[in-house]
Design a protein around this ligand. Structure first.
Ligand code: OAD
Length: 351
C-alpha cells in the first residue's frame, strides 16, 4: 500500500490509498487497511488508518526524511565522473542546451500554473492567485463544490473560462518545438486550461494530471455533460439533464485520485527521461511533485520559475549539486533564452 498526499495551501493533508501495482486509488474509508510503507505503522483497523491520516506532521516528516535518505545514499553510490558527465560541470541553460544537442534525448516536461499567468490566467498561490481569497481556497475540493457549486463556477468562469479565448504562451509553444524535433517524451501538466493542446501538443504526448476544463460530468450520477454550458451561463451552476444535480468539470479536486493515465505512464516515462524540464510550479502538490524524484540520478533537471521550489530550494545540497539547474525569472523569458542558445527561436528553420 502506498500513500499519496495532496497538501493544499489550506494546510490540509488528504490521503488517498493507492494500489501498489496499478495505482488505483480509493479513499481511506473504502480501502482495506494494512501497513504504511512510509513509516511502517500498522493500520489494521480503519480507526488506526484514520488516526494515521490525521497525523499529517508525522507523515510529512517521515516521507521527506525517508526520501532524502534514499536519494542521498544513491547519489553517494555514483562515481565522481558519473556525476560530472550529467552536465559536464555547466549548471546553467548552456549546460541544458548542450545536453539537448547531444541527440537522442527524451525530455519530460512538468508544468504548473506559472506557465499560464502570462496568458492572463492566475496561478494558485501567488499574491493575486486563486487561493488569495477564502472563496478560492474552498472551491477546489469535492466538499467545497458540493456546498456551493454556483460559487465554484463563478470562480472558474472568472479565472480560466475557455470562452475568453486565451492564447498559448511562448512556453506552451516551446513544447511543440520539442515535439517537432522528436525530443518530447511527455508533458505532465497540473493545469486545466488546455493551453498545451491549443499550442499543438498531441493528446498522446500529454498527461493532464489534474484533469481538464474541456469536459464535464454530473457530480452525482456521473453522466457526461456539456462543458461549455457552465462557461456560457451568466450565473449559477449547470444541471445534469439526467438527474438535475450540479455538473462539474472533469478536474481533479483535492481529495480525489489522479487520472489512471498518470499512474500508467509515469513509471516508463521517468525511466526513459534524459532531461527533466520543470516550469511555473510551486511543487507543493503530491503526487505530481513526486515525479521529480522518479527520474534517474544521472538525469539533469531544470526549473524555470519566479522562485525556487521543491528540491531547487537547496540547489547546492550534495544530492542535487551536479544535476540541477535553477533559472529564476519569468517562464517565457527562461524558455526564450534556452531557445536562443539552441538557435531554436520561433520562426527559425528546423533541421
Ligand atoms: P502555484 O500557484 O502553487 O505555483 C505557481 C508557481 O509559478 C509559483 O512558484 C509562482 O511564483 C510561479 N509563477 C507564476 N507566474 C510565473 C511566471 N510568469 N513565470 C515564472 N514563474 C511564475 O501553482 P501550481 O504549482 O501549478 O491543483 O499548483 C499546483 C496545484 O495546486 C494546481 O494544479 C491546483 C492547485 O491546488 C488542483 O486544483 C488539484
Amino acid at each position: 500500500m502506498g500513500l499519496a498526499t495532496n497538501e493544499a495551501s489550506l494546510g490540509l493533508l488528504q490521503v488517498v490509498i493507492q494500489h501498489p501495482m496499478n495505482g488505483a486509488a480509493s479513499t481511506p474509508a473504502e480501502a482495506s487497511p494494512g501497513w504504511c510503507e512510509v513509516c511502517l505503522k500498522d493500520m489494521q483497523t480503519l480507526v488506526a488508518l484514520e488516526e494515521h491520516r490525521r497525523g499529517k506532521k508525522h507523515l510529512r516528516k517521515a516521507v521527506g526524511d525517508r526520501k532524502a535518505r534514499l536519494i542521498h545514499e544513491r547519489v553517494q553510490a555514483l562515481s565522481e565522473s558519473e556525476r560530472h558527465n550529467v552536465l559536464r560541470g555547466e549548471r546553467s541553460l548552456l549546460g541544458i542546451a548542450t545536453r539537448l544537442r547531444r541527440g537522442g534525448q527524451r525530455v519530460v516536461v512538468l508544468l504548473g500554473a506559472g506557465v499560464s499567468t502570462s496568458a492572463g490566467i492566475p496561478d494558485y498561490r501567488g499574491g493575486s492567485g486563486v487561493y488569495s481569497t477564502a472563496a478560492g481556497r474552498g472551491a477546489f475540493s469535492s466538499g467545497g463544490f458540493k456546498a456551493d457549486p454556483a460559487a465554484f463556477w463563478a470562480l472558474i468562469r472568472q479565472t480560466c473560462s475557455p470562452l475568453r479565448r486565451v492564447e498559448p504562451t511562448v512556453t506552451h509553444r516551446f513544447l511543440t518545438t520539442l515535439h517537432r524535433r522528436g525530443l518530447l517524451q511527455r508533458v505532465y501538466t497540473q493545469n486545466v486550461d488546455g493551453l498545451e493542446r491549443a499550442a499543438g501538443v498531441p493528446d498522446d504526448k500529454l498527461v493532464c494530471c489534474h484533469g481538464s476544463l474541456g469536459s464535464a460530468r454530473c457530480s452525482s450520477c456521473g453522466a457526461a455533460a456539456d462543458a461549455a454550458e457552465g462557461f456560457s451561463m451568466r450565473a449559477g451552476a449547470p444541471c445534469c439533464v439526467a438527474c438535475g444535480q450540479a455538473v462539474r468539470p472533469d478536474i481533479v479536486f483535492f481529495d480525489e485520485p489522479l487520472p489512471q493515465r498518470f499512474h500508467e505512464l509515469k513509471g516508463a516515462d521517468l525511466a526513459a527521461c534524459t532531461l527533466l524540464v520543470v516550469a511555473g510550479t510551486s511543487l507543493s502538490v503530491y503526487p505530481f511533485a513526486g515525479l521529480l524524484d522518479e527520474c534517474s540520478l544521472t538525469t539533469p533537471r531544470l526549473l524555470i520559475n519566479r522562485e525556487a521550489s521543491g528540491p531547487f530550494l537547496r540547489p547546492d545540497a550534495a544530492a542535487h549539486a551536479y544535476r540541477d539547474v535553477l533559472w529564476l525569472g519569468e517562464c517565457d523569458a527562461g524558455v526564450s533564452c534556452l531557445a536562443r542558445i539552441l538557435g531554436w527561436e520561433e520562426g527559425a528553420e528546423e533541421e
